[in-house]
Design a protein around this ligand. Structure first.
Ligand code: PEP
Ligand code: MN
Length: 337
């Protein structure tokens, strides 16, 4: 981190700043120029509050040389993180296909969809039990009963399961859940992230709808800071000026996050577009772009789905897309250098 001081700064305030920084284990290198004094801070600056230093009377500007996230940073963790659940793995060159309904509705629905997506190549079953809905009058999910049905579907098919948590108090229900999903609206629920950091269970962290890469990785840092390294990132579209699609899929997130961090990256084309007709193209784009997997909403009767019907595809459509994605992934592997 570099701190540029104002001209003729108050010397005792400069000395005070240096002592304070040194007290935090930082070595301060002072360079005196014609017009400005520059302090070069060396050490673990990730815990320093840039805004706090910028606000000091004697400070003109502060620049970070290093990213504020350390555990999530590829620079300090060169190997890819690979997550193992059930008989499958996420990352490490595999293609993960997560599929299932937006929300669990009935036993027949979740078991039927689970069997169909498994037969079509899905490796993980998704289904929401706690649904973060924009309207308080919309279906809020089946809650604990939904998780029981999802567990039943896991038993029937052997597929590992992923479902969303909305608050810490729900954690006791997640004992048999393989991956805990943090939704876009909770990406910065820091208390929840800290608690998930204390669990020995993979967490899929969806991108906040207006979150920068740095904010997203800082949220992953929260989970890692409390000890849990099993993190998967999921890009699900961000808010832009475009209204044709529900969100705008940020494909650049794949190569950028793989460079900045070591986590597997999953793409969710369903929430990114809000339209079932666009799911195939964006899934193909994601695999071509190097994603470690896809999460797709699949429903046996999208017209009557209690949540996100317009973006849900039928199991037969999933089977076709899954075959294309596997073929594309195989082709991509032949191109690796
Ligand atoms: C979901 O995956 O069920 C969901 C609610 O997604 P998001 O948090 O991305 O809106
Ligand atoms: Mn949904």
């Amino acid at each position: 981190m570099i701190v540029i001081l104002k001209q003729n700064p108050n010397e005792s305030q400069v000395a005070h700043l240096k002592t304070w920084l040194e007290g935090k284990g930082i070595t301060v290198h002072e360079s005196v120029g014609d017009s400005h004094v520059i302090l070069g801070l060396v050490g673990d600056t990730s815990k320093l509050d840039k805004d706090l230093i910028s606000a000091l009377d004697i400070v003109e500007d502060v620049k970070r040389v290093q990213e504020p996230y350390k555990n999530a940073n590829r620079k300090f963790h060169a190997e890819d993180t690979v997550i193992h659940v059930g008989n499958t793995q996420i990352g490490g060159g595999t293609l993960t296909l997560m599929a299932g309904p937006c929300s669990i509705e009935t036993e027949e629905q979740i078991i039927g969809v689970a069997k169909a997506v498994k037969a079509a190549g899905a490796t993980i079953l998704r289904g929401g039990a706690f649904k973060p809905r924009t309207s308080p009058y919309a279906f809020q999910g089946m809650g604990a009963d939904g998780i029981e049905l999802l567990k039943l579907a896991k038993k029937e098919t052997g597929l590992p399961i992923i479902t969303e948590i909305m608050e810490i108090s729900q954690l006791t229900l997640f004992d048999d859940v393989d991956i805990i999903q943090v939704g876009t609206r909770n990406m910065q629920n820091f208390n929840l992230l800290r608690e998930l950091g204390r669990q020995n269970k993979p967490v899929m962290l969806k991108r906040g709808m207006s979150a920068t890469y740095e904010e997203w990785l800082m949220s992953a840092e929260y989970i890692m800071a409390s000890g849990n390294e099993k993190i998967i990132l999921c890009e699900r579209g961000i808010r832009t000026f475009e209204t044709h699609t529900r969100n705008t899929l940020d494909i650049a997130a794949i190569p950028v996050l793989k460079k900045l961090s070591h986590f597997p990256v999953i793409i969710d084309p369903s929430h990114a577009t809000g339209k079932s007709a666009l799911v195939e193209s964006l899934s193909m784009a994601a695999v071509a772009g190097g994603a470690d997997g896809i999460m797709i909403e699949v429903h046996n009767d999208p017209e009557h789905a209690l949540c996100d019907g317009p973006q849900s595809i039928r199991p037969e459509q999933f089977a076709k897309i899954s075959a294309k994605l596997c073929a594309l992934h195989g082709f991509m592997k032949t191109m690796e250098d």
